[in-house]
Design a protein around this ligand. Structure first.
Ligand code: ADP
Ligand code: MG
Length: 739
């Protein structure tokens, strides 16, 4: 049964190598209705979008040989951990088992303690070893053999194919050598049983260690999931009950005692307390919460008791959305990642081809015993050449990078943004609410001759009561403080970026900036000096006119955020050009810019023109980041290469942003750029390292150095090298966290 457009996450089991990524994506895309399928090899998951039947989807994966399950948005971190530990232990056991046979065999062989092939004693001994090896191959390597057969059915080849071919052929060759030793030339009368089991020991060990290391990389998600309390105290019909979080309903009244976590999102109805929101915003200062204020699931109530009404539960809470967001971002694949997946998909067949070529070359042209050499070199090529490291290189770094950002309250909503943020050359910053607190207050009132201060305030506030602008709130608040009664206003109209006007007591009142007054033909000649003085103190002049004549001026001051200057300095230090945009007066803009250390600004920018300014900069060849908080910033945020929304801003701004700074702190801008640059560099290191590994290891394994230096790789060393290569990539990505 097809349903509405879906967007789901799957956990995928049985994906052992980067070569599988393409196979899984193809299996998913072949399902009718799937429009997008992206596999994340780092955490073995996939994101699928479209209108499809989930049963069919899971069936298609099963046919391709992969187990899968739908992922819940908020999982239980403990059960994931348990599952991971189990898998880890199982790989370790398999490794130990293979090692228990392989290592003693290897040592005694080297010491020359073992009977020769071709002798009676030797035939008996090696027949027993052959049987033992077969048991170990079954116990420790079954998964790889099944996988190889499975992918053969799909006419594909993956890491399993390589391992199965390498270790399986070692066993077959050696077993044949026992019975037909006399048919083989003298030196080739050698068994490779220990190679096949030691290779399995290394590969299983590698998988175990990788699971261990990878587990820690999604620590960011797990930490977020761990924030969610399991229970809540609800008050229903006057009775307090402790219930599981899943049973909390909308509009339930919930009690939070001191020291407890907030279970779901809501609005405080009773009590006052401070709440530590640092886990979500990265902002260390606790926030005071009193009735009417929003509380968010997962944050920590401190010393007071609160009663609040649940407004968002389940998937709708901010916490659930952050988790979904981080997961999406971690799962997105930059272009380079897609290219690598495509390479990995053709890599394995190519390697099998190289192995065959190696075999033929040694057999035909190699020194005696040529068959023995041919066999060993081909096996070494098969074992060493897995492209696992290549496949892990990109997703593992992205995962760590996104997680690192999340832990600092930088929410990357679109994975590509992590890549683009590091390439920004220019940052456009909105003044109000971004550089400043966005909570202006009126600090001075000037009047025209004959006008009373309270009268100017009364008329202004009567108009502004109908406006949503932060400046309007400041005016209304001032009137309230002075106990001024407001008059009724009619014919109200607002002109965004200019001001408002309406009729009060039969007269037309205008309040706004100088451009507003000019367009309404209000004569301001004698106000020019006072206007300039006000603006040069970084204050915003609000001009008030009645019946076309200036009545007075209110001076609004919006405090500059404490860390704005430091944030700008950090961006400048990164070589990023910073430009401030504002609808405010030119002189006010200049004063604010000077205080925070910005040398470039544009004043009198109308809200609808902000996106055009961004586009103009892009046309100059800049990669533009835009920071804003308001509704009118949304188009500019969308236009920018990377849109940053300030977490304290409106939902619309956050919706159109690529990156959300959960705390209001602008210093996180430079930090985003820094994390992005580090991640990009990390991906580069990983890709270069992984490609070099394959470029060097395959020819060496094929024996290219033998004619010159007599150098041949031992197949067991190849197994160890293969395991090490993935581990190195994972370790390098983890290094990001401490940078
Ligand atoms: P910004 O977001 O940069 O503050 P706006 O476009 O919101 O810019 O506003 C630009 C200017 O227009 C303000 O600085 C103010 O002078 C004037 N203005 C806008 N709305 C109002 C209002 N409701 N009351 C008074 N002045 C206003
Ligand atoms: Mg604004």
């Amino acid at each position: 049964m097809a349903s509405d457009s879906q967007d789901i996450h799957l956990s995928i089991g049985g994906m052992r190598c980067a070569g599988c990524v393409d196979a899984v994506e193809t299996a998913l895309r072949n399902v009718p209705g799937v429009t997008e399928a992206v596999v994340n090899f780092a955490d073995h998951s996939a994101r699928v979008k479209g209108q499809f039947n989930t049963e069919v989807l899971l069936g298609s994966l099963a046919d391709a040989g992969y187990e899968s399950a739908l992922q819940a948005q908020v999982e239980d971190p403990e059960s994931i951990e348990k599952e991971e530990r189990l898998l880890y232990r199982r790989y370790l056991q398999k490794s130990a088992l293979a090692g228990a046979l392989g290592i003693p065999l290897m040592i005694t062989e080297h010491l020359g303690w073992l009977p020769m092939l071709g002798t009676l004693q030797g035939t008996h001994f090696w027949t027993v070893i052959s049987a033992l090896t077969l048991v170990i191959l079954y116990l420790s390597g079954r998964g790889y053999y099944l996988g190889a057969i499975q992918s053969l059915y799909q006419r594909q080849a993956n890491m399993d194919t390589l391992i199965a071919l390498g270790t399986g052929s070692a066993w077959i060759y050696s077993t044949i050598a026992i019975d037909y030793a006399n048919l083989l030339p003298g030196h080739v009368q050698h068994a490779y049983f220990e190679s096949s089991v030691v290779i399995l020991a290394f590969i299983n060990l590698g998988s175990a260690l990788e699971i261990n290391a990878r587990g820690r990389t999604s620590a960011a998600i797990r930490a977020l999931m761990g924030l969610q309390p399991r229970q809540a105290i609800v008050i229903r019909d006057g009775i307090e009950r402790t219930i599981p979080i899943a049973e909390v309903g909308l509009d339930d009244i919930i009690r939070v005692r001191p020291g407890e976590k907030i279970p779901v999102d809501g609005v405080v109805v009773e009590g006052t307390s401070t709440v530590d929101e640092s886990m979500l915003t990265g902002e260390p200062m606790p926030v005071v919460k009193s009735p009417g204020e929003r509380v968010v699931s997962g944050t920590l109530n401190q010393q007071g008791a609160l009663l609040f009404k649940a407004t968002h539960i389940g998937q709708q809470t901010v916490l659930a959305q952050i988790i979904a967001c981080v997961r999406n971002a971690q799962g997105t694949k930059p272009d380079i990642g897609r290219l690598v997946d495509r390479i990995a998909a053709i890599f394995v067949p190519v390697v099998v081809g190289i192995a065959m070529l190696t075999f033929m070359t040694w057999w035909l042209f190699g020194p005696e015993p040529s068959l023995g050499y041919a066999f060993v070199t081909a096996m070494t090529v098969l074992v060493i050449a897995c492209p696992c490291a290549l496949g892990l290189a990109t997703p593992i770094s992205i995962m760590v990078g996104v997680g690192k950002a999340a832990q600092q309250g930088i929410l990357i909503r679109k994975g590509d943004a992590l890549q683009t943020a590091g390439l920004l050359t220019c940052m456009v910053v909105d003044k109000t609410g971004t550089l400043t607190e966005g909570r202006p207050s009126i600090v001075a009132v000037e009047t025209a001759q004959g006008a009373a201060e309270d009268e100017v305030i009364r008329l202004a506030a009567s108009l502004e009561a109908a406006s949503e602008h932060p400046l309007a709130h400041a005016v209304v608040k001032l009137a309230a403080e002075r106990n001024i009664r407001l008059a009724a206003a009619s014919d109200f109209s607002a002109r965004p970026g200019y001001g408002v006007m309406a009729a009060v007591e039969g007269q037309r009142i205008i309040i706004g900036n100088s451009a507003m007054m000019q367009s309404e033909n209000v004569d301001m000649a004698i106000w020019a000096q006072r206007l300039a003085d006000c603006a040069s103190q970084a204050r915003t002049p609000l001009l008030v006119a009645r019946g076309g004549v200036m009545l007075g001026m209110l001076q609004a001051e919006d405090p500059i955020k404490q860390d704005s200057a430091a944030a700008i300095a950090a961006l400048n230090a990164q070589g990023i050009r910073v430009i401030m945009l504002t609808g405010d007066h030119e002189a006010t803009a200049r004063a604010v810019a000077a205080r925070v250390g910005i040398s470039e600004f544009r004043a009198h920018v109308l809200p609808q023109d902000k996106a055009a300014v961004v586009a103009e900069l892009q046309a100059q060849g800049e990669k533009v980041g835009m920071v804003g908080d308001g509704i009118n910033d949304a188009p500019a945020l969308a236009q920018a290469n990377v849109g940053f929304a300030i977490g304290t801003g409106t939902d619309i701004a956050i919706e159109s942003a690529d990156i959300v700074i959960m705390s209001g702190s602008l210093t996180k801008l430079a930090e985003s750029v820094r994390v992005s640059r580090l991640t990009l560099r990390n991906i580069e290191h990983n890709l270069v390292g992984a490609s070099l590994y394959n470029i060097i290891s395959i020819p060496v394994a094929a024996g290219l150095l033998y004619p010159f230096y007599g150098l041949l790789l031992n197949p067991m060393i190849a197994g160890a090298a293969m395991a090490m290569s993935s581990l190195t990539v994972v370790a390098n990505a983890n290094r990001l966290r401490w940078q």
